[in-house]
Each structure stands twice: as C-alpha cells, then as structure tokens.
Design a protein around this ligand. Sequence first.
Ligand code: ZN
Length: 222
Amino acid sequence: MTYRHVDMQGNVIPLPVSKVVCIGRNYLDHIQEMNATVSEAPLLFMKPAAAICHMHEPIAVPTDKGECHNELEVSVLLKSSLKNASVDEVKSAIWGIGLGLDLTLRDVQAALKKQGQPWERAKSFDNSAPLSGFVPIETVEDLEDLHFTLSINGKVRQQGHTELMLHKIIPLIAHMSSIFTLDSGDVVLTGTPKGVGELCPGDTVVASLDTHLDVNTEVVAQ
Ligand code: ZN
C-alpha cells in the first residue's frame, strides 16, 4: 500500500510524503553504548521518501546484510516549510508528533564508519523508516516531557525521555533548517536512547509514546 501520513485514527493527513531528516547521537546513554563521542554540531543524515512505511504494518527487515537494529525515536511531522527558521516559526510549523523506527544495518554501518563513508547504505534503504500515526501538536503539553518505550517479545528494550536529548526538538529543527530547507510533509526523527539491538523475523514489537499512542506490530523478513 502506498504510504500516506495518517493520524491515530488512521485518517489520511493531507500533507505530501517527502524526506526524513534524522539526528544521530542525541542521547548520552546511546553514545556510551556505541562507544561514540559527543559531536558539538548535531550529526545529521536523511532517509528518502521510499524509506517511509507504516509501523503498524509488519516491519520488513533485510536478512542478508547482517544485524538490523531497532532505534525507536520521537518523530515530528511538519506542515509548512522552514528555512533559517526561528524557534517560533518551528513551533507553528509542527503538525504533530509520533514514533519512528530508524532501522539501522549495524554491521554495514560499522564497516562504513571504518572506511569513513556516509551511512546511507546502513540507514536509508527502502522501508528503513517505519512511522506511527501522528498526534496533533495541540494535544501535546510539553515536548520535553515525553516518555517512550519499545518492547520486543514482551520485554522492555528501550526507554527514553525527551528531556534527556542533547539537542531539544525545537532548537534542533531550527538548526536543521539552517542547513537545508525543510518542506511541508517532512518528518524529523529526533534520536534514539540506549537499548539498540537486533530485530529478527517473528519478533513482536510494542512501541508507546506516553499516553498518546501505542503501536503493536511484528517483524518479518524483507
Ligand atoms: Zn537513530
């Protein structure tokens, strides 16, 4: 099925489907588990529209490229374009928030890192960005007070809190818009906390964002 952005009731949100802009290394506990270093300027990368799929549909992971890891992240859907945006402009450009998985081929990424090459082969393949439905921003009290959780086969694997982001959502998006124009329908993935690990066909997945949303899904082979 062709992907469209949807709300929590499954209603189509009349916005285009465009790119996903992501930040790496935005939570200290994840930086530590990866033995990585804190970068002063946010580490940014993108996923193309073909990477986007629905999280509530079975998550198809490649099985011939080494381990494919979960990275559960808070997602932000933009309803208008931003270029060199102020904090206030960012606030008024947000349609809503949800959850996204930044699926990562960890072995491929490790090889790319070693060679000093960009990460697209590890992170930007088709269906590498399963997204939940979006909750309207009007119903969200505080973007810096959101808990989110990922459970695999009934066991909690990731627990995050947006207060612990090194680069908080609004200033992060303002910064992104100083590097490249963000368009209506773009989605921002805001980084993963610790607890990345392999997703295998047959795994059951439950992702939740505070009291706002829950997604029950499963992993299948691509
Ligand atoms: Zn990520």
